[in-house]
Write a protein that binds this ligand. Structure first.
Ligand code: B12
Ligand code: SF4
Length: 447
């Protein structure tokens, strides 16, 4: 059986520039899982962000498309075109799981939730006379013995691969899909399996896609980092963590071993400077009591920091956009701001339902757009502030200023990684900002 897995591109309203050179984890993982359950299958991968997609040229018995919300319109169009040619399409991923009735109109079959325990059955059905079932319900599998990603099927050269050590999150941030989809209890991969996978990979640079490389169980994080430091040599990675954990008494120990394990940069959910918004998003618990000090501490250990930020909520004003740039300058850190986006099947979606702007397709839910009414700011005002903030964060002067703030304990890889994370994001966003400004000639950058 010939199976093609596709990762849709960013939405048509997002940046055209490709950003960081990261191989889509989900495709490498699905290839690994498929090789395990159907070793005879012929597998191909298509990252439509980097490669052209022409449905008329696709030759496959089965196409699997992974769908995040912002990718849904592209995925549905692709699926419709492939099915018109008689190619069967399976849709899976977070958006499909949140809105199965919508997705079902564009697929022969849906895979809802995590697919480890049902993918073999779906492939068997695809070849049997009874055929694919309309829906396969995945569960929350134990993470022992997961297949390893397949990295040799690409036409492209990606600088960064990925690894994952856990799924699920006990926090309940209202804008986030993770605790709903992966559950609110953390499931852990055995440390020896993670270490074997990373050590054996032909790649040297990785993104650890865990939502909390630390932030749930400090003892487990320390053990993982100790083992990685002992066993994995000449490999470096970045990941996401929280601010609270490093403020605990064992914070220094955690950071020491994290750097020895190859951690060069960490993305932290600061979210906002507006305390009313922080409470509204239920994101206070993970902040700790002195988050500015937490940042200094991490950087003193030679690990670079990028803040995850949400702007444009209904409790935010123009000041909250300005405060983020001030914060970046004060702490000399970079930030990845997104517009607050009520994604389907999150608590925020229910809360903001009355304010959602009708007629906006899901590709507008990409974190760059204002998709709900605001008490005092128009759509244009919010998007203009967002453009100013995001382009302001990534000027070359600011990028370089930040790199020199990372302690020499992390030299040279943390400094190299700081550049490799910041520069492509800045370039991609400038490209997007250029498109946005052409559509909005009334925009005045200096205002
Ligand atoms: C890696 C990642 C990215 C990467 C790469 C994504 C990619 N396409 O591969 C990049 C940086 C590009 C990215 C971008 C964004 N991301 Co992102 N990202 C992630 C992250 C950290 C890991 C996802 C992952 O690769 N997991 C590993 C794979 C193996 O697992 P998986 O995808 O969950 O798939 C499992 C099942 O879902 C199923 N499955 C999935 N697809 C399919 C398909 C088939 C056919 C089958 C059979 C099964 C199947 O099988 C897998 C194993 O069980 C998640 C957080 C998380 N914890 O999941 C957020 C996450 C997916 N991202 C999210 C968001 C919001 C975004 C952005 C909009 C954020 C932004 N504004 O910058 C952009 C999207 C931009 C766009 N316009 O498309 C949300 C998605 C919510 C939603 N409803 O869509 C998540 C969940 C984060 C969150 N906190 O809510 N992201
Ligand atoms: S934003 Fe991060 S900490 Fe909050 S629920 Fe999502 S994954 Fe957990």
């Amino acid at each position: 059986m010939k199976i093609l897995f596709i990762c849709p591109p960013f939405s048509e309203h997002s940046q055209k520039d490709k950003g960081m050179p990261i191989a889509p984890p989900v495709l490498e993982y699905l290839a690994g899982l498929t090789r395990r359950v159907r070793p005879d299958a012929e597998i191909a991968l298509l990252d439509a962000k980097h490669e052209p997609f022409d449905p008329d040229l696709i030759e496959a018995d089965l196409v699997g498309i992974s769908v995040m919300t912002a990718q849904a319109p592209w995925a549905y169009r692709a699926a419709d075109a492939l099915r018109k040619r008689g190619i069967r399409v399976v849709l899976g991923g977070i958006h499909v799981t949140a809105l199965p009735q919508e997705a079902a109109q564009h697929a022969d079959s849906l895979v809802l939730g995590e697919c480890e325990n049902i993918w073999e059955e779906a492939l068997r059905d695809a070849e049997s006379t009874s055929g694919l079932k309309p829906i396969y319900h995945g569960d929350l599998p134990a993470l022992k013995g997961l297949p390893e990603p397949v990295t040799d099927l690409w036409n492209n050269r990606y600088m960064f691969g990925y690894f994952q050590t856990a799924r699920g999150c006990p926090h309940r941030c209202s804008f986030c899909s993770v605790h709903k989809f992966f559950g609110d209890k953390i499931r852990l991969r055995p440390i020896e399996e993670v270490v074997r996978e990373v050590a054996g990979s032909r790649r040297r640079l990785f993104w650890c896609i865990d939502d909390n490389v630390w932030g749930v169980n400090i003892r487990r994080s320390i053990e993982l980092f100790q083992e990685m430091g002992r066993t994995v040599k000449g490999k470096w990675w970045f990941g996401s963590g929280d601010l609270r954990t490093v403020q605990q008494p064992e914070g220094d120990k955690l950071l020491t071993y994290a750097r020895r394990a190859g951690l060069t940069a960490v993305m932290l959910g600061w979210e906002t400077e507006n305390l009313a918004s922080l409470e509204e998003y239920r994101a206070t618990a993970k902040q700790g009591s002195d988050r500015r000090d937490a940042i200094r501490k991490i950087r003193d250990h030679g690990i670079d920091v990028m803040l995850f930020i949400v702007v444009g909520g209904r409790k935010d004003t123009k000041k909250d956009f300005d405060d983020i740039l001030r914060l970046c300058d004060e702490l000399k850190v970079s930030a990845h701001p997104v517009m607050l986006t009520p994604l389907p099947d999150t608590e925020l979606f229910e809360q903001y339902k009355p304010y959602l702007i009708p007629g906006m397709d899901w590709d507008m839910y990409d974190g760059n757009h204002a998709v709900f009414e605001h008490p005092s700011m128009s759509i244009f005002e919010r998007e203009a502030e967002f453009i100013k903030l995001r382009t302001g964060i990534f000027t070359m002067k600011r990028i370089l200023g930040r790199i020199f703030k990372v302690s020499l304990r992390g030299f040279p890889m943390s400094h190299f990684s700081s550049f490799m994370i910041q520069y492509p994001q800045g370039r991609a966003f400038r490209d997007y900002a250029g498109q946005w400004m052409r559509k909005h000639p009334e925009f005045d950058e200096k205002r």
